[in-house]
Design a protein around this ligand. Structure first.
Ligand SMILES: Nc1nc2c(ncn2[C@@H]2O[C@H](COP(=O)(O)OP(=O)(O)OP(=O)(O)O)[C@@H](O)[C@H]2O)c(=O)[nH]1
Ligand SMILES: [Mg+2]
Length: 268
């Protein structure tokens, strides 16, 4: 799977006038990339944190995140969803307010699968940049490319960035194609616990499984879907593990992190 090279990112940020850092509204802190933010700051460029996929989160939560990032970190942030017209209009307006040169180059950066290319398509009003649901699945972004979204305003789509030192769960599920994950059961078990910590009923809502035990959940899903392996027809929990990682990435398992000011439930 091709990711953006640090050298290319450095050049891109140097050339850009504004940088949009796309993060998941479901989990903004764990999907932001501080190395990129520091590069942007060092180069004196404008940074906008886009809390994307806000359709997967109650609007009040997304707004509270915007307020948290503004008041605690002094960052400009905005709620966005390629599915909500009002947010498309707001983001376009914000980008235009930063546009002091002609042309204005806006770099769109972030972890794999946070929705960078989808955002560009939504602002362009046309499916020009290719997109895909899972890391490295056909259609993911392999090279940086410019897209004109308004007269004199160009958004630059980029391949995903992965920080070197981090073993965060949000990163681990995005760092490689799902079929290449070495031990999907271990990774999915960690993901399940993380999801349950933030939404006790997530697996009941998604699959009707009333358990909080990772292995029980995996077994139950495999049984329900009829996934068995070997001549002994053992439950194929490895397949169930991959399905859960895919479903989380696709937003089919409801989970979001609360911003600290509204009563944090998790380590931020
Ligand atoms: N619910 C929801 N899903 C979204 C939104 N934006 C993007 N997605 C989904 O997120 C997945 C990833 O979207 P992409 O636009 O390919 O993400 P990307 O950041 O460009 O990914 P890479 O090019 O691999 O780095 C796709 O399945 C999109 O349909 C959104 O606003 N809401
Ligand atoms: Mg892309």
């Amino acid at each position: 799977m091709i990711l953006i090279k640090w050298r290319d990112l450095d050049t891109l940020i140097s050339e850009a006038d504004v940088v949009l850092e796309v993060v998941e509204a479901r989990n903004p802190i764990a999907t932001r990339c501080r190395i990129v933010e520091n590069m942007v700051k060092r180069k004196g460029k404008d940074l906008v944190v886009v809390l994307n996929k806000c359709d997967l989160v109650p609007m009040r939560i997304c707004r509270a995140w915007v307020e948290y990032l503004r008041s605690v970190e002094g960052l400009t942030a905005i709620c966005f969803s390629s599915k909500i017209r009002e947010t498309r209009r707001d983001l376009k307006k914000l980008i235009k307010s930063f546009s002091t040169t002609n042309p204005t180059l806006v770099a769109v950066v972030g972890y794999p699968k946070v929705g960078k290319s989808s955002l560009i398509n939504a602002l362009k009003g046309k499916n020009s940049a290719s997109t895909s649901p899972y890391p490295g699945s056909p259609g993911y972004t392999k090279v940086s490319q410019r897209y004109k979204i308004a007269p004199g305003i160009y958004l630059i789509d980029t391949p995903g960035v992965i920080p070197v030192h981090s073993d965060d769960i949000e990163l681990q599920i995005r760092a490689r194609p799902i079929e290449k994950i070495g031990n999907p059961v271990i990774l999915a078990s960690k993901l399940i616990l993380y999801i349950i910590e933030n939404n006790r009923y997530a697996f009941k809502e998604a699959y009707g499984i009333d358990s909080t035990e990772p292995i029980e959940i995996l077994e139950s899903l495999a049984k329900h879907r009829g996934w068995f392996v070997g001549k002994d027809k053992e439950l194929n929990i490895s397949e169930a593990a991959k399905a859960i990682i895919r479903d989380y990435l696709r937003g089919r398992i409801r989970m979001y992190i609360q911003p600290p000011s509204t009563g944090a439930q998790t380590s931020l």
